[in-house]
Design a protein around this ligand. Structure first.
Ligand code: DGY
Length: 326
């Protein structure tokens, strides 16, 4: 019998070593050549008849996509830990395992969270822009001042891998760490983090940092009502998913001075249009979803996605599977 060469759709070029591994495996590759994601129609055409797909968080993998891909599809492997763009139930119903990349981006994302806390509180972006614009005219006792991170109270929403890595970093800042999870975490004691209700966390924290997955339960967890519980001096940091925050309510709260600032690595939509009202506010730092964007981390993610894909094509149990498989 002739040997099968599985057909695999790859929705963007990956870091070169991972790309090479795909090329050297016994696969027929269909690689989306553009730097922007394939629009839904092109994504479906790219995947039609494929045995596997290696996708990104910018691709919507839903029942319609799975129907278009067809019955040959054996594995979906995503180069991201978050899988909110994928209809996991639809994949499970078709017996398709979904690979993802937990763990390898924890430290990079925690690093960026600290960077965003400091950048927002200490007004780094505005200060650096002023230097470039020739507005640094003197050492000003009142210039570019903001709150301290050290000695503050930080509330971590979601003490999972990334939340815990943030707590570990914060131990060097002499802060009080509060956290809220669906249930108390076993790691909390070692991390010096105190469990409180969500409302209490919002009321007491100087920084609120979001590290929960985006699900129907966390959709707009931060909204007009919950923002109203925060201190007027508080800063919201989000490196999870834009949908966890009701962005309109956040804009209104920032504009009205109900909270002091926001550092956002994730927004709704992504990319955020350059004329979006959030970007007109002086107390906001918005980054283009770069939590995992260190070179080593992106390579680890891509390699993990390739590992999941290759195992899935062979019909094996994925090393990192996001949906329940028998
Ligand atoms: C993820 O992996 O889910 C991040 O948001 C992107 O690195």
């Amino acid at each position: 019998m002739a040997k099968e060469h599985p057909l695999v759709a790859v929705t963007r070029r990956l870091p070169e070593p991972a790309m090479r591994r795909l090329q050297e495996a016994d696969l027929v590759l269909r690689v989306w050549p553009e730097s922007a994601p394939p629009p839904p129609g092109d994504l479906a055409a790219l995947a039609a008849g494929c045995h596997g797909i290696l996708c990104l968080l910018t691709d919507r993998i839903d029942a319609a996509f799975l129907d278009a891909a067809g019955p040959s599809l054996r594995v979906v492997s995503q180069m991201a830990v978050g899988v909110d763009n994928i209809d996991l139930a639809a994949c499970t119903a078709r017996g398709i395992p979904v690979g993802h990349t937990p763990g390898v981006l924890t430290e990079a994302t925690a690093d960026l969270t600290l960077a965003l806390m400091l950048a927002t509180a200490r007004r780094l972006v505005a200060a650096a822009a002023d230097v470039k614009a020739g507005k640094w005219t003197t050492w000003d006792p009142l210039g570019w001042v903001g709150p301290d991170l050290h000695s503050s109270t930080v509330g971590i929403v979601g003490l999972g891998r990334i939340g815990a890595a943030v707590a570990r970093r914060l131990s060097g800042f002499g802060v009080e760490v509060l956290y809220h999870n669906r249930r108390p975490s076993l790691m909390a004691e070692e991390l010096g983090a105190a469990y409180v209700s969500f409302d209490e966390l919002l009321r007491r924290s100087d920084f609120v940092t979001l590290h929960c997955p985006y699900t129907s339960a966390t959709h707009h967890l931060v909204n007009a009502e919950t923002l109203a519980l925060m201190k007027p001096s508080a800063i919201l940091v989000n490196t999870s998913r834009g949908g966890v925050v009701d962005q309109e309510a956040l804009c209104a709260a920032l504009a009205a001075g109900k909270i002091a600032g926001a550092g956002l690595d994730v927004t709704t939509p992504e990319p955020l249009p350059a004329d979006h009202p959030l970007l007109t506010l002086p107390n906001v730092v918005v980054l283009p979803h770069i939590g995992s964007a260190s070179l080593p981390t992106r390579l680890l993610m891509a390699n993990m996605a390739v590992d999941n894909l290759l195992v899935g094509l062979e019909g094996g149990r994925l090393p990192h599977c996001a949906n329940p498989m028998p």
